[in-house]
Design a protein around this ligand. Structure first.
Ligand code: ZN
Ligand code: ZN
Length: 167
């Protein structure tokens, strides 16, 4: 028997795809349309709002309840100390069936989210370290915001063939 509350992660993913999947506008990077892509986080369901250049406007963790600590540790693990990040940069939201336009009543899911380059940490520096998603392998990686590459170090042929020590 399938209980309705809490919903399984599979149901939550379906709701996210159908009701919270965008499109969005890239925030603070370009004017292109961004879409929601799922990140392989290992434990939790995490979505990334990514523009065609790979820039990540937002990371969102979904679950029966919002888990801001879990998302914070995930964002920290992905940004490896290169970006300013504190617990107050993680926000939470609750989605109810009425907001989502789906049947039933009550809370459907919780979200914890991080918006890149937002709030106190906001920087106008075009070379600020920023989180991107590789357009080839889907991994998250950090590079300057102004970079024209959407490939991580492992997928970029130029970077792979160019050892860092040589000039
Ligand atoms: Zn963009
Ligand atoms: Zn890659």
């Amino acid at each position: 028997m399938k209980g309705r509350d809490p919903r399984s992660m599979v149901d939550i993913k379906e709701v996210v795809v159908e009701r919270l999947g965008g499109p969005f506008q890239c925030y603070g990077h370009c004017k292109e349309e961004a879409s929601l892509k799922f990140v392989d986080s290992g434990v939790r369901l995490v979505g990334a709002v990514v523009c065609p250049s790979g820039y990540v406007s937002r990371l969102v963790g979904y679950g029966p309840q919002a888990d801001p600590e879990g998302l914070l540790s995930f964002v920290m693990s992905q940004t490896t100390g290169a970006l300013p990040l504190t617990a107050s940069d993680i926000r939470v939201a609750t989605r109810y069936s009425t907001d989502l336009g789906i049947g039933g009543s009550g809370r459907v899911l919780g979200e914890a989210y991080w918006t890149q380059n937002y709030g106190k940490a906001k920087s106008q520096d075009p070379n600020r370290p920023s989180l991107f998603m590789c357009s080839n392998c889907g991994k998250l990686f950090v590079q300057p915001a102004s970079s024209s590459s959407s490939l991580c170090g492992g997928c970029s042929p130029e970077r792979a063939s160019m050892p860092v020590e040589s000039e």
